[in-house]
Design a binder for this molecule. Structure first.
Ligand code: 1CP
Length: 344
């Protein structure tokens, strides 16, 4: 049966007169209603694991803006926690994890089969959302890509250059690859469980793909994305997969074909015209608007929004930002962007 929801139609390769729209980090600190629910939950991780409240913050931007898709409220770092890493968030700084530097550190991780014990509440959030979302809103599940997740597991925190992960890759390649394999297997099971619970699309966030060059990009960004996509397609051939190899540059070219993903999400370091010519030729694209426009607004926001809609108008396209909206964004600028997209 052909899909009827606009996001699913675009993902199936249809060119729509108006692109459907959602926004990375659409549930987040720029919204006063999110801040209120987060305060009620206590802290960020308690919010992720409280299915009722996590569903509530997922629904908030749908109620406010009527986006065409909702993205499950969770975090890419829940999988490492489910695999046995310690995880906590330092207010004002970001995530902290126990580090993986040695074989002994790796050996302390648990088996993939055990992840569902920790992640059960996330699947419950998905089930609540499928009941409560408007009929025409698509529910997107997600996970981090193995490389991006590994950068946090190795360093124990976010790093500007992913130095510790690159160092382990050089100095102990077998250990690095064993970790990547463990995360890949966990990601397949995690996304499969999200699909079983009701996710209609899944997205793989490789936020740090841009620091992998040449052969390393092939081995550690492209290959795991291909493995995850192939495993999911075997079990759920009708579920579309979105890949986001952020800042991949020329490696965006051919990424969809090489991995089997149905859509490639684009950051804003490349031009929409370039991406239309080199990436959209292979299928649906998503993204590209600089998230800084959500802070600064004005005529530049309207012009860039229109330019992206126009550049991608000859093929399948889902409107989105090039990266997550930031806490200092003005919620009114989000409405201005949506109006500019829908006004055509
Ligand atoms: O204080 C808060 O309320 C926490 C801020 C926050 C939020 C709203 C974090 C901490 N995670 C999230 C939710 C989140 N994270 C979603 C939910 C759905 C939505 O988009 O609305 C998603 C998809 C993510 C994915 C995520 N988490 C990524 C990949 C996408 C990206 O932004 O590049 C990454 C790298 C993370 C790690 C993470 N989680 C949170 C922070 C601050 C970070 C980045 C840490 C760092 O690198 O320093």
């Amino acid at each position: 049966m052909a899909p009827t929801k606009t996001i699913l139609r675009a993902l199936a390769g249809e060119t729509l007169a108006t692109p459907p729209i959602w926004m990375m980090r659409q549930a987040g600190r720029y919204l006063p209603e999110y801040r209120a629910t987060r305060a009620q939950a206590g802290d960020f991780l308690s919010l992720c694991y409280n299915s009722e409240l996590a569903a509530e913050v997922t629904l908030q931007p749908i109620r406010r803006y009527g986006f065409d898709a909702a993205i499950l409220f969770a975090d890419i770092l829940l999988l490492p926690q489910a695999l046995g890493a310690d995880l906590w968030f330092v207010t004002g700084e970001g995530p902290r994890l126990s580090t993986i530097q040695t074989q002994a550190d790796f050996d302390r991780l648990g088996p993939v089969a055990d992840i569902h014990e920790t992640l059960g509440p996330i699947y419950e959030t998905v089930r609540i959302l499928r009941r409560e979302l408007p009929q025409d809103t698509t529910l997107i599940g997600f996970a981090g890509a193995p490389w991006t997740v590994a950068t946090y597991m190795i360093a124990g925190r976010g790093t500007p250059d992913q130095g510790p992960a690159h160092a382990l890759m050089q100095e102990n390649t077998p250990l690095f690859e064993a970790l990547l394999d463990r995360i890949t297997a966990g990601t397949i099971d995690y996304l499969a469980a999200q699909i079983e619970a009701g996710a209609e699309v899944v997205k793989i966030f490789d936020s740090w793909a841009g620091s992998l060059k040449g052969d390393a990009f092939q081995k550690y960004a492209l290959k795991p994305a291909k493995e995850i996509t192939a495993a999911l397609k075997t079990r759920y051939p009708q579920i579309p997969v979105i890949g986001f190899p952020r800042e991949a540059g020329d490696n965006y070219i051919g990424f969809a074909k090489a991995t089997g993903v149905d859509c490639v999400a684009l950051d804003n370091s490349i031009s929409a015209d370039w991406a239309a010519q080199h990436v959209q030729v292979d299928g649906c694209v998503q993204g590209n608007l600089a998230s800084s426009h959500m802070v600064t607004g004005g005529q530049a926001l309207i012009e860039d929004t229109r330019a992206i809609v126009k550049a991608f108008s000859k093929g399948p396209h889902i409107f989105n930002l090039g990266h997550g909206i930031t806490p200092d964004a003005d919620p009114d600028n989000v409405q201005r962007m949506i109006d500019a997209v829908r006004a055509g």
